[in-house]
Design a protein around this ligand. Structure first.
Ligand SMILES: *Cc1c(COP(=O)(O)O)cnc(C)c1O
Length: 367
């Protein structure tokens, strides 16, 4: 069986270094907001090319804290609208709702699965305050188009880069492309911790200070609270693990690109739609997603032939019970994508022989 992703296998590649890092923290006697977090924040901000990095509890909080910080500054207010792609993972949208703001769903481009910039302007109202874009599956959103729209309408541009650590556009990395960027280090992500973890990067000094404070009960100095904050801190053990894994991220992105290139070259079955990759540097292949009109049949066929796959994501947010109020809305591109996509195995422990095998099986599929 070729597994979709086996975290025991991928983490075992740097096992002794990871174990050493964890033991160092255990023995230090310092577990929250110490030098491991400081070190990771400084290496990750340097990696992204951003001025600041704030470690937080998870990717959802990273998004939510950015929005909350703009509310604290009086730039966003409850009831204001934020533009977001309709086919994202629901966390992006929930982080907007949590802040009492209104997510405005916009269809993705069927070829890239990222927000379609041609469909944004028609959704802008006098309550629109931001575009929150998502670099889905590891491919960057159309940044130049999004920047133009944000400038024209004076909107904040925020990105959810939970799937795009290390993607590069015009020489700049994710984390340094927008006003503020949210990262997740959930264990399955390209840079994954051994538990929950996340970060915000930004070049905005005041925003950085507010987010840092909000994530630690709104504290400015010990026991002095300026905001109604929450507890969303990156812990020392996860920071130590992430510092180890960050060293290997560039090599791992190259390995992912090689495997993805192999899929792109060798899948020749006409009933399978390959992802459109316009610039390889803008894609870090968090997921390798193909499309097929008979997706469920294809998925079963692959499983019968020893290949595990997954669907990211089978039910779009507007069709979820959590957003009952949207269930009647129609987003045909998003719905088509949800019905046809299939994520193939792609991870750093996958061998090129495994990819050949998956391609052979795929090429033998008949509709
Ligand atoms: C994983 C993910 C998140 C949420 O991250 P958590 O760390 O699980 O909270 C948000 N957005 C996208 C696009 C993701 O892939």
């Amino acid at each position: 069986m070729i597994s979709f992703l086996d975290l025991r296998e991928t983490n075992s590649q740097h096992l002794s270094e990871i174990e050493e890092a964890i033991l160092r923290v255990v023995r230090s006697g310092w577990y929250i907001l110490g030098k491991e977090v400081e070190m990771f924040e400084s290496s990750f901000s340097r990696y992204c090319g951003a001025r600041y990095c704030i470690g937080v509890g998870n990717g959802f909080d990273a998004i939510s804290l950015i929005i909350d910080a703009y509310k604290q500054q009086g730039i966003f207010s409850e009831g204001d609208e934020i533009i977001v792609p309709a086919n994202t993972y629901i966390a992006t949208i929930l982080a907007i709702s949590e802040n009492g703001m209104t997510p405005i769903l916009v269809e993705p481009d069927i070829n890239t699965y990222n927000i379609d910039p041609r469909k944004i302007e028609e959704k802008i109202t006098n309550r629109t305050k931001a575009i929150l874009t998502v670099h889905l599956y590891g491919q960057l959103s159309p940044m130049r188009e999004l920047k133009n729209i944000a400038e024209k309408y004076n909107l904040k541009l925020i990105d959810d880069a939970a799937q795009a650590h290390g993607a590069v556009c015009d020489g700049q990395k994710a984390g340094n492309l927008c006003d503020a960027t949210a990262f997740s280090f959930y264990p399955t992500k390209n840079l994954g911790a051994l538990g929950d973890a996340g970060a915000v990067t930004t070049n905005d000094t005041e925003l950085q200070q507010i987010i840092r404070s909000l994530a630690n009960y709104g504290t400015t100095t010990k026991y002095i609270n300026k905001y109604k904050g929450k507890n969303s801190r990156l812990d020392e053990i996860q920071a130590a693990v992430l510092s180890v894994k960050l060293k290997y991220l560039e090599d791992e992105i190259s390995a992912r690109r090689n495997l993805a290139g192999q899929y792109l070259d060798k899948i020749t079955n006409k009933s399978i739609v390959l992802p459109l990759v316009s610039d390889i540097h803008q894609h870090v292949f968090h997921l390798f997603v193909v499309r097929c009109t008979e997706r469920n049949k294809l998925q079963q066929y692959l499983l019968d032939n020893g290949v595990q796959t997954q669907v990211h994501y089978p039910v779009p947010p507007h069709k979820q019970e959590a957003y009952k109020e949207w269930n009647g809305l129609s987003f045909p591109v998003t719905e088509q994508i949800a019905g046809e996509i299939l994520s193939l195995p792609l991870h750093v422990a996958l061998q090129s022989g495994d990819v050949d095998l998956v391609c052979d099986v795929l090429n033998g599929f008949q509709l």
